[in-house]
Ligand binder design. Sequence first.
Ligand SMILES: [Zn+2]
Length: 127
Amino acid sequence: MYCRSCGTQNDDNNYRCIQCGEVIQFLSTPPQTTYRIEEDAGMRMLLPVGRSLWALIAGYFGLFAILIFPAPIALVTGIIAVIDIRRNEKKRGMGRAIFAIVMGFIFSIFFVFSMLGLLADVFNGVE
Ligand SMILES: [Zn+2]
């Protein structure tokens, strides 16, 4: 049988796991260890398998939205990504898309205000 805690295969007569000392529970199949889950998540971050391409693009623009200029692009691509994911249930990346929308929205407001400020300076200042 396999240890519930660490997944090590133990002799059926063992009371405690030879690897980690956990009291063994009866399991017929090896459990998914947290290590494996984290590894998969890590791989998914690096390789966008099954993720909406729009979500990927939106995610990067969301990050760069801090620089204000790409913020409206992040907002637009984020919205496209959400629509794309909604249409295709197999696609992932909703978190990234929403992140892009939020970041894009916040920094778009900054962008608009900075443009208004610039216009105000042009009209009032330079004479
Ligand atoms: Zn164990």
